[in-house]
Design a protein around this ligand. Structure first.
Ligand SMILES: Nc1nc2c(ncn2[C@@H]2O[C@H](COP(=O)(O)OP(=O)(O)OP(=O)(O)O)[C@@H](O)[C@H]2O)c(=O)[nH]1
Ligand SMILES: [Mg+2]
Length: 489
């Protein structure tokens, strides 16, 4: 058997399913020699099925993988082979997918067999990079493939799926078309200044430019919400030691993530967990209880808690009945409790409430008898703050806390479900550069004398937009983007 070695060098294979044992695994083969390689290693189950190199695209066949170099052609595994003929495949090349059994040894043996024939191991994201280079996907869509794979929460996956469908690319393309039309008009004026009916033309140009600016600005603004999807909506849990912060984190996370003990000052460092709340990826951060302390480690923890508050998209401030409040006093009679220890905390809360409205007060340990007077007292002292009750024991208030998080997320951005959402900081940076070129162009245009400068600025805006879809990108950028992908995709 001879397979063209140049073609082999450009043919890649990798496992597309993760390592470890599974029912089945998928090995992908793509490139100019994949047809010959598949034919060499695949024996169809029976004469009813064609050899690999005779399979039409979008068909599959059962059979055996055998080692063509061994004298007895030892069978390696029973598989299903799927053929995608160029150019109608993910990469645009001839692609064969081997669905084999999901044992580590079986999978590795098949891969080793392919590599021993001269097929190259695929690098990270190499299949998607080929899809991009062969024009099957633009760069924004290729990046969406990666986002879709790494999405831990429903809404992020949906945003990535929309980007993969080409929604962002289409909107960017629409702006580019407008700018090309504008440029054509501008160049006409520059070339034939004598035909210029200057005022009318100027108004027309200005309208086109303002339209483009508005479209780009809307896209750039959607990053406010898009960022929350890609990086997570940050919710920080703070309060005094022993308030029940770690218990709240554990309840929201659904497992014992943080240590909980009756000792005040248990949590010393920030503890982070990514959870899906109502389809939103939420970065939950539990913190050390806020108090003055001489313990060096705890003090660093308290400093970290305070900086976490600053970067929060929402702060959950937890106050529970102080330990010295007896549980058996007549209910709702806060006058009998000593609230002086809470005064300082109230002041801190009032201060914070002045700086941010992303603050939710949680009255904790709602199962205790002393919780009701505390809640009434808090409602009276801080009437403007939203307040929910919570108990880690009865789970009272858990739905209300989840709802408050979702509501706050929705308030943070107002993108409609069908609008393109910019979730990548790379795209946001390109849009920002576009916007500043267009704004400078608009300023020059309103001055009216340097039309060739306006044209240059519009051209530079077009270049920035082309970077989003990859129509104009450097090899280094492509290298960087695809190296973040996983192998096999
Ligand atoms: N009755 C009752 N006890 C609770 C509740 N939540 C927490 N506790 C108890 O309160 C104590 C402190 O809970 P943690 O969750 O560790 O409190 P924390 O705010 O993280 O404390 P530090 O990490 O020390 O700041 C533990 O003994 C918990 O079992 C609750 O809802 N009801
Ligand atoms: Mg704790």
């Amino acid at each position: 058997m001879r397979i063209d070695s140049v073609q082999l060098n450009e043919t890649i294979a990798a496992s597309a399913t993760p390592p470890g044992t599974s029912g089945v695994a998928l090995i992908r083969l793509s490139g100019p020699a994949s047809k010959a390689v598949a034919a060499a290693v695949f024996r169809p189950q029976s004469a009813r099925f064609p050899a690999a190199d005779a399979m039409p695209g979008y068909t599959c066949a059962p059979g055996w993988i055998v080692d063509p170099l061994s004298t007895q052609q030892v069978p390696v595994d029973q598989v299903v082979l799927t053929c995608f003929a160029a150019p109608h495949s993910f990469t645009g090349e001839d692609v064969y997918e081997i669905t084999c059994h999901g044992g580590t040894a079986v999978r590795q043996t098949i891969l080793d067999l392919l590599y021993s024939l001269g097929v190259q191991p695929a690098g990270p994201g190499e299949f998607t990079r080929r899809a991009f280079l062969n024009g099957k996907l633009d760069l924004a869509q290729a990046e969406a493939v990666m986002d879709l794979i790494s999405s831990a929460a429903g809404k992020r996956a949906r945003a990535a799926a929309r980007q993969l469908q080409g929604q962002l690319s289409r909107e960017v393309q629409a702006v580019r078309n407008d700018l090309y039309a504008l440029l054509a008009q501008l160049e006409l004026v520059l070339e034939y200044p004598e035909h210029e009916e200057s005022e009318q033309v100027q108004v027309g140009l200005m309208n086109r430019l303002s339209g483009a600016i508005a479209q780009v600005a809307t896209l750039a603004a959607s990053f406010r919400q898009g960022r929350l999807l890609s990086e997570g909506f940050t919710v920080v849990i703070v309060g005094r030691p022993n308030a029940g912060k770690s218990s709240l984190l554990n309840t929201l996370a659904g497992y014992d993530r943080a240590i909980v003990t009756p000792v005040a000052g248990t949590t010393r460092d920030t503890v982070e967990e990514l959870v899906d709340i109502g389809g939103i990826p939420v970065r939950l951060i539990d913190t050390a209880g806020l108090r003055d302390t001489s313990d060096l480690v705890e003090r660093i923890g308290v400093d970290r808690a305070r900086s976490a508050i600053l970067e929060a998209d929402l702060v959950l401030w937890l106050i529970s009945p102080p330990d010295d409040w007896p549980g058996d006093l007549p209910q709702a009679d806060v006058a009998r409790y000593d609230t002086s220890n809470l005064d300082e905390e109230l002041d801190e809360l009032r201060d914070l409430a002045e700086k941010t409205d992303a603050l939710l007060l949680v009255a904790g340990k709602d199962d205790l008898a002393s919780s009701e007077p505390l809640r009434d007292w808090l409602a009276a002292e801080l009437p403007d703050l939203p307040l929910v009750s919570f108990s880690a024991q009865t789970l009272e208030g858990l739905p209300a806390i989840r709802q408050a998080i979702v509501a706050r997320y929705e308030q943070a951005g107002s993108a409609q479900a069908d609008e393109a959402l910019v979730t990548s900081s790379r795209h946001k940076a390109c849009l920002d550069k576009t916007l500043s070129s267009l704004e400078a162009a608009s300023l020059e245009l309103s001055r009216g004398d340097l039309l060739d400068l306006v044209a240059a600025l519009v051209r530079s805006a077009l270049e920035n937009l082309a970077e989003i879809t990859g129509d104009l990108v450097s090899d280094t950028l492509i290298e960087t983007i695809f190296s973040r992908f996983c192998v096999g995709k």
